[in-house]
Ligand binder design. Structure first.
Ligand SMILES: [Zn+2]
Length: 52
């Protein structure tokens, strides 16, 4: 069974992260608020985690 990845995204990159997640899994991802994580795209403070 494949491990489900988690994408972290700041408010700027959350749309991009959701698009990537949908492309990857072809299902609606779960989007949760997070703190103390870094955006996967720009390394700024992440506001969301996107679970595939
Ligand atoms: Zn970002």
């Amino acid at each position: 069974m494949e491990k489900k990845p988690i994408i972290y995204a700041c408010s700027i990159h959350v749309d991009m992260a959701i698009d990537d997640a949908v492309n990857e899994s072809e299902a609606a991802p779960e989007v949760l608020k997070v703190q103390s994580e870094k955006c996967s795209y720009c390394n700024e403070e992440a506001e969301y985690q996107i679970k595939l």
